[in-house]
Design a binder for this molecule. Structure first.
Ligand SMILES: Nc1nc2c(c(=O)[nH]1)N[C@H]1C(S)=C(S)[C@@H](COP(=O)(O)OP(=O)(O)OC[C@H]3O[C@@H](n4cnc5c(=O)[nH]c(N)nc54)[C@H](O)[C@@H]3O)O[C@H]1N2
Ligand SMILES: Nc1nc2c(c(=O)[nH]1)N[C@H]1C(S)=C(S)[C@@H](COP(=O)(O)OP(=O)(O)OC[C@H]3O[C@@H](n4cnc5c(=O)[nH]c(N)nc54)[C@H](O)[C@@H]3O)O[C@H]1N2
Ligand code: SF4
Ligand SMILES: [Mo]
Length: 764
């Protein structure tokens, strides 16, 4: 859908002035934007004021999105790696048959358990994972993972135990907002973050608590900045909980009526030595007590944690403790508080996090069906009989983004076979047996499943704004070809479904039921069947949206009243069909469920619909906390490095061209003025940073938001790129050249990237 601004001659529309609706794909928010195009170049970007969630909001990162769409790193042909390590261009038919032969070869010799799937989507392209699941199931792959298993699985494990589902905060209305190791000013995580932060700052009746060792941009706006020493959050939050319990501020009615099993943890918090813990985390005791009282007595509290604690010591314990703050305050299922929410497709399988299955190779806990990212290299480079021998990677760059760069490169070399599907020649693609070029996120139908809003939850299905780049294919087509090559279906089997699809969604639904009964073995590959049948009847460029037909049917079944309350009409399958039609038509996002706050209780997945507060393992950890170390620095490594900070121009590894960043192309190492003086460096100078994992030279930025002893490097730097398209070179430091696979949380195995011991040496 496009709109135009009037040109000189009213009847001549200059295509360069047309605005095309899409979204920014650089973070989970996926803000609605409108772009202008000059041929294939994105020349202008502005916020889409009619977008249901972002309402015109963007941050500065969206404005230069063209660097994602158009750059010299784009892949334009399938590539096969030759014996000498060089890549040969091959046609698609050859690539698909050789990839399938390679994967089935490993499977038939060593079993499906020797195959692993990694990735499935970044911030804005989760349909990739939906279609990838067809290939996964067609091959019988059960071992899988993605980036969530290096950040959010600790929290997911806690959520699974407490709620059986995900919870999210209503920061737009919260009386008190608490950010724990989270810098929404730069990293967002909820709609219109900067507007919301500024609103809180301007409103005397509302408060913000930020727990962060750095005076982050968010901390600068906070009423209470609890500037902890790095890695000591467990002490800080245990002390906040201690104050709430010891000063009699617990909402006991809420606990009695709505929770089970709170007694042990409340008793444990009652024993916390608040003064001593305040000292250990480096926060003034009075400030800590005032913040605790503000949290406990507010009408509503919303809390958001992120990498600052998820990638630091005691991370799973901290996830538990921060949730206790709002549970003890009774801030659930009300405006401004925490709530459950609906999902177009859930990101986590919480029942799997309760079953606690184990990795076949290492025996470690697998949360939400995702093996621990830090263990993947070990699962490959081992002589265990169930070792991983082939890897299918799409829309992820694990060689760059996961801990232990050297281990990853060794693992890629140890694999018998690997395939990468990406838009660009990444660090991971460069080591794969085959590389398949995907059409970009602006060249196909796409969507994110990161929609967590309540009471109104939204979903945005994008239409392509450009034709696929020559030589590329959208993932639905790639997976359909793979599953066909595997011989799971043929045109004859699809014929009745195609006929029915031409007759409309109702007829199609009936035909799908018949097909499911006749071919139960095809259930796992339903996404590509939907694409091949229903997809071919959708508006041009939208075939990839077909998989959402299944999701909309599920949503209509699971949240019938809430879908109707969102003004979508119909009974049974018709309700789902109408929701599907609305997604296909709308370029501004759709409110797909409207709930009442009370319904948050019904969405809990605990048996008794109460919060199940007791997690004995973590209560035991809380009891043992007093004896835990607060400082991981050593004489050899006297600094703590946060390896991968979100800044103004970082966006994971989505944009490879350093020219995207107008300032600080290399990504400076930040350190405090006192540390800079002690080490003997100034802004713009060069410094060698060395950790147990590696060593690299960084440009320096003396920065007074850093506390002494704490240094940081941005994420997403050190990507290979060549402006002219020749031999690529890395600009800046790739943070995982400095991290190791064994520095991690004991429950979830998530890396301690924010807490890497380091030393600094001036470079002459
Ligand atoms: N600009 C930008 N935004 C992004 C992304 C991006 O690459 N760039 N990536 C997106 C993704 S995938 C994610 S997961 C999110 C992550 O978003 P965030 O987690 O907010 O990002 P970080 O900057 O990595 O870490 C947040 C804060 O943790 C603090 N921190 C470091 N150590 C500690 C500690 O020991 N305790 C506490 N309490 N805090 C600590 C840091 O000082 C920092 O301010 O951002 C998303 N948004
Ligand atoms: N040291 C350190 N490491 C970190 C972090 C940190 O803070 N410190 N942060 C971590 C976090 S939280 C995250 S989420 C991860 C993110 O790291 P990854 O999971 O690797 O994800 P992205 O960087 O988003 O990269 C996704 C890939 O998708 C490709 N891509 C883009 N569009 C498409 C498409 O349409 N189709 C296909 N097939 N591919 C596409 C991009 O080119 C890129 O190669 O990084 C993690 N790594
Ligand atoms: S980076 Fe995130 S917050 Fe900024 S415009 Fe893009 S989607 Fe919105
Ligand atoms: Mo992330």
């Amino acid at each position: 859908m496009t709109t135009t601004e009037p040109t000189a001659a009213a009847d001549v529309v200059d295509p360069k002035l047309e605005w095309h609706k899409t979204v920014c794909i650089l973070c989970s928010n996926n803000c609605g934007v409108e772009v202008r195009l000059d041929d294939r170049e994105i020349t202008r970007v502005r916020g889409n004021k009619s977008h249901v969630a972002s309402k015109g909001y963007t941050c500065e990162k969206a404005l230069r999105l063209n660097h994602y769409q158009n750059n010299t790193g784009r892949l334009t042909s399938p590539l096969r790696r030759e014996a000498d390590g060089s890549y040969t261009e091959v046609d698609w038919d050859t690539a698909i048959s050789e990839v399938v032969a390679g994967l089935t070869g490993v499977r038939d010799t060593h079993g499906a358990k020797s195959l692993m799937y990694y990735g499935g989507g970044g911030q804005g392209n989760h349909l990739v994972g939906a279609y990838g699941s067809a290939t996964r199931r067609a091959l019988g792959i059960t071992v899988r993972s993605n980036a969530l298993a290096q950040e959010k699985t600790g929290e997911a494990w806690v959520d699974g135990r407490l709620f059986g589902t995900h919870t999210h905060g209503d920061f737009h209305h919260a009386e008190v907002s608490v950010f724990v190791g989270k810098n929404p000013w730069h990293s967002h995580g909820f709609d219109e973050a900067r507007r919301v932060l500024k609103d809180i700052k301007a409103d005397d009746a509302r408060s913000m608590v930020v727990i962060d060792p750095r005076r982050s941009e968010t901390a600068d706006l906070a009423d209470f900045h609890l500037q902890v020493k790095p890695g000591t959050d467990a002490f800080c939050i245990a002390a906040l909980g201690g104050v709430i319990v010891q000063e009699g501020l617990v909402d006991q009615t809420f606990l009695d009526e709505n929770t089970t099993g709170s007694a042990d943890v409340v008793a444990e918090l009652g024993k916390v030595d608040v003064a001593s813990y305040a000292t250990r985390c480096g926060v003034d005791e009075d400030l800590l007590r005032t913040a605790a009282r503000r949290i406990a007595t507010a009408e509503s509290v919303a809390v958001l944690e992120d990498l600052g604690i998820e990638m630091a010591p005691n991370s799973t314990l901290v996830s538990y403790l921060q949730k206790l703050l709002w549970i003890l305050s009774g801030s659930f299922a009300k405006p401004g508080g925490m709530t459950t929410h609906s999902a177009m497709a859930p990101l986590f399988n919480y029942s799997a996090s309760r079953r606690e299955p184990a990795s076949p190779v290492t025996g470690s806990q697998v949360i939400s069906d995702l093996v621990q990212c830090n263990e993947i290299p070990e699962m490959v480079s081992t002589d265990h009989p169930d070792r991983i021998r082939a890897m299918f990677i799409e829309s992820a760059n694990p060689v760059h983004s996961l801990a232990g760069g050297d281990d990853w490169r060794a693992a890629m070399a140890d694999l018998d076979f690997s395939v990468v599907i990406d838009v660009a020649m990444t660090e991971t693609a460069r080591l794969a047996s085959y590389v398949l070029p995907a059409s970009s996120q602006y060249e196909k139908a796409e969507a994110t499943f990161f929609s967590l809003a309540f009471p109104d939850n939204t979903f945005t299905l994008r239409a392509p704004i450009l034709e696929p780049l020559e030589g590329t294919l959208p993932e639905p087509e790639i997976h359909a070809r793979i599953v066909r090559e595997l011989g799971l279906y043929d045109d004859e089997m699809l014929a009745p479904l195609r006929e029915a699809a031409a007759d409309g969604l109702e007829a199609f639904g009936v035909a799908m039921m018949t097909a499911a009964a006749e071919h139960p073995e095809l259930a796992g590959v339903a996404p590509v069947i939907l694409y091949e049948t229903l997809g071919q009847t959708l508006p041009e460029g939208m075939a990839g949206a077909a998989v959402l037909w299944f999701s909309t049917q599920q949503v209509a079944m699971k949240y019938t009243a809430a879908v109707r309350a969102a003004s979508i009409e119909g009974d049974d399958s018709e309700l789902g069909n109408n929701l599907f039609r609305k997604l296909i038509e709308s370029r501004d996002g759709v409110v797909f469920t409207h709930h009442e706050y009370e319904e948050s209780w019904n969405l809990l997945k605990t048996d008794d619909k109460k919060i199940s507060v007791d997690i004995p393992e973590l209560v035991a950890d809380l009891a043992a906390l007093a004896d835990m170390p607060t400082d991981h620095r050593t004489d050899e490594f006297p600094f703590i490095l946060a390896a991968g900070e979100r800044r103004s121009f970082t966006a994971n590894t989505i944009i490879r061209d350093p020219a995207w960043r107008k300032k600080d192309a290399e990504g400076a190492l930040r350190l405090s003025p006192a540390d800079a003086e002690a080490v003997g460096v100034e802004t713009g100078g060069r410094i060698r940073v060395t950790t147990p994992g590696g060593s690299a030279v960084a440009v320096v930025e003396v920065n007074d938001t850093m506390q002494d002893g704490f240094i940081s490097l941005p994420n997403g730097m050190g990507l290979d790129y060549s402006p002219a398209g020749g031999n690529p070179e890395a600009v800046g430091i790739s943070p995982n050249e400095l991290t190791t696979v064994d520095w991690k949380d004991e429950y979830a195995g998530t890396p301690w990237h924010k807490h890497v011991p380091a030393k600094l040496e001036v470079v002459a």
